[in-house]
Ligand binder design. Structure first.
Ligand SMILES: [Fe+2]
Length: 266
């Protein structure tokens, strides 16, 4: 060939990151053993002999595709395992964080159970339910980045301290941000303190602009907070808590999520 020979072409393709993973097949005459060997050494995946035979080409393509598919399957399994390990580590971190404070112990797990029950009621798919559980488990992950003297302060918080606490959804999203496979859970974490009327944080989103998983977490989070004992708040009984949630529907909490919550808790 005028520009480069087959072996040089193989080397050039393998050296280019966009093409390196694509399997290449060479076509040559049976007598060119040396050429064939050189090209296989330089990354060609197989060869077919001239004269050109479609059947031979189809068999070769099928073999390469099946080898490639096996590799992709293995890679997917590896990524799935890596992802589960990562989620397990982050979940342990959140549990360790909550365990330091008697008032928040088990909170995220409870919020996760409630959120998944509501999402099931609302017809989420299995994959969406998995994402829902992870987002709910990790919704307060960002509290890791809030100073202990503020996080565990037994007295009322000053305005400045409260604004530090209010950074936790953004901190949580920033922690998860660099991990591409966890991207689907970020909206639930980042927006779980938004309110239907737009008075929430961090962005003051309104109504349907708040992602659904975040609206679901908000209901579960509010219910678990008011039914748990807190330093400045006695535990609210179930009936009263349900009344409070009902009243917050449409004002602070998503009415559809509140309705789903009522269906699964009563
Ligand atoms: Fe929170």
């Amino acid at each position: 060939m005028p520009e480069m020979d087959g072996a040089q072409l193989c080397s050039a393709l393998r050296a280019h990151s966009d093409w390196a993973a694509i399997p290449f097949v060479l076509m040559s005459t049976a007598g060119e053993r040396g050429v064939i060997r050189r090209m296989l050494e330089r990354g060609a995946c197989g060869y077919i002999e001239k004269p050109f035979n479609v059947e031979q080409l189809v068999i070769m393509a099928e073999k390469l595709l099946s080898d490639h598919f096996q590799l992709l399957l293995k890679e997917k399994e590896r990524l799935d395992t890596e992802r589960s390990l990562m989620i397990a580590s982050i979940t342990s971190l959140v549990q360790a964080l909550e365990a330091r404070d008697v008032y928040t112990r088990g909170h995220s797990e409870m919020v996760a159970d409630l959120s998944v029950a509501m999402a099931t009621e609302m017809g989420f798919s299995d994959e969406e339910l998995q994402t829902m559980r992870m987002a709910a488990r990790l919704h307060d992950l960002g509290k890791i980045g809030v100073r202990d003297d503020v996080l565990f302060k037994p007295d009322r918080l000053t305005e400045a301290e409260f604004s530090l606490i209010q950074r936790h959804p953004v901190i949580g999203a920033e922690i998860l941000g660099p991990i591409p496979s966890l991207a689907p859970i970020i909206p639930g974490v980042l927006y779980h303190h938004e309110r239907m009327g737009g008075q929430g944080y961090p962005e003051g989103l309104k109504g349907g602009r708040i992602p659904l998983p975040a609206r679901i977490i908000a209901v579960a989070d509010t219910y678990d907070s008011i039914t748990s004992e807190r330093p400045y708040q006695a535990r609210t009984g179930k009936d009263k808590a349900l009344q409070i949630i009902e009243d917050l529907g449409g004002v602070q909490l998503c009415p559809d999520c509140v309705a789903a919550f009522m269906r699964c808790i009563t």
